[in-house]
Design a protein around this ligand. Structure first.
Ligand code: XMP
Length: 323
């Protein structure tokens, strides 16, 4: 019979058996799946696991700290944080095209991650043979059920990594659905903010700035996004909505009046959606008073933003993200 306790016990035994006295690496993204997978493996093999977190500077307010502090405190995991903000921002400089942004962020991510892996291997020797992945059951089905090894190609030739390093995969969530993963995470004592986190795209806020990405724009969007999330949580709406992208129209300005004068600032778009699986979505009918509060706070508290607009498009035709 299925209980989270049984799942954990079973996986811990299986991982110990698989890994023996060798070592494993796990990339943390801030998302639920990688966090729960890492926590399970940590429970099984302790300090034989090293986690890597690439801070690309595109996370929302407080998210990096959540991984660095709360996740580590809850699990005792050994964590290597790579601060790569400058690197990502310079690679993204002047780029406004969404697909181009994704490509750059993906490419830089792999480079930084591989470099971190190479450093860990250099420190800890050839026994680093396993790579932990937070693959869920729906991912397994979607990709035809294959498993085995990951071929991490180091064609970017980073710091002494062998040409073609073969890792065996540890995928402790392969039989689980998302809600089950959350239950396991909870049982493992992970912070609520991580276990209940709504979907957030890998390229982060990089694809929520319509226009090119700069540190100033990111900081501004982070503030607006934090206010929206705070108010949605305070109103008890987190479970009602699938996610709520907050988007900065960086290349648009409109006229406003604030304080004693005319302003010429940027609009922020709220994109709250309800969905089952993100394939289709409907715009969430949020209570007007919550929207009003978010709008008032963002225009009062975020410099250079003088307008908040609500996206009332379903998917299709609109995607959930703006880019
Ligand atoms: P769209 O915008 O395509 O989004 O309706 C569907 C879901 O996918 C997320 N999303 C991404 N996730 N990398 C990701 O890891 C991406 O490039 C990406 N683009 C969209 C989006 O947040 C939504 O949950």
């Amino acid at each position: 019979n299925w209980t989270t306790g049984n799942v954990i016990e079973e996986q811990v035994a299986a991982i110990r058996e698989q890994v023996g006295d060798r070592r494993a690496i796990c990339g943390l993204s801030g998302g639920v799946d990688s966090a729960v997978a890492a926590a399970l493996v940590q429970k099984a093999i302790g300090s034989q696991l090293t986690c890597v977190y690439v801070d690309h500077g595109l996370m929302r307010k407080g998210e990096t700290e959540q991984v660095e502090k709360d996740f580590v405190a809850a699990t005792g995991v050994q964590l290597k944080v790579v601060d790569a903000e400058d690197r990502f921002l310079s690679a993204l400089k002047g780029v406004a095209d969404p697909e181009e942004k994704r490509k750059i962020i993906g490419r830089e991510f792999i480079r930084v991650f591989e470099q971190a892996q190479a450093e860990i291997i250099a420190d800890e020797g050839p026994a680093v043979e396993f790579l932990v992945q937070g693959t869920l059951y729906p991912d397994v089905v979607e990709s035809g059920g294959g498993t085995g090894t990951a071929n991490i190609k180091s064609h970017h030739n980073v710091g002494g990594l062998p040409e073609d390093l073969e890792f065996q995969l540890i995928e402790p969530l392969r039989k689980l659905f998302k809600d089950e993963v959350r239950m396991v995470g909870q049982e493992l004592g992970l912070p609520e903010e991580i276990v209940q986190r709504q979907p957030f795209p890998g390229p982060g806020l990089g694809i929520r700035i319509v226009g090119d990405v700069t540190k100033e724009r990111l900081d501004l969007l982070r503030e607006a996004d934090a206010i929206a999330r705070e108010e949605l949580t305070a109103a008890g709406l987190d479970r009602d909505i699938w996610q709520c992208p907050v988007v900065l129209l960086a290349d648009v300005r409109s006229v406003g009046v604030q304080g004693d004068g005319r302003t010429y600032g940027h609009p922020i778009v709220l994109r709250p959606v309800s969905s089952e699986d993100a394939m289709t979505a409907d715009w969430s009918r949020l209570p007007y008073d919550v929207l009003a509060k978010i709008s008032t706070r963002i225009t009062n508290e975020v410099a250079d933003v003088n307008r908040v607009v609500l996206d009332v498009t379903s998917k299709p035709p609109g995607t959930i993200e703006w880019e």
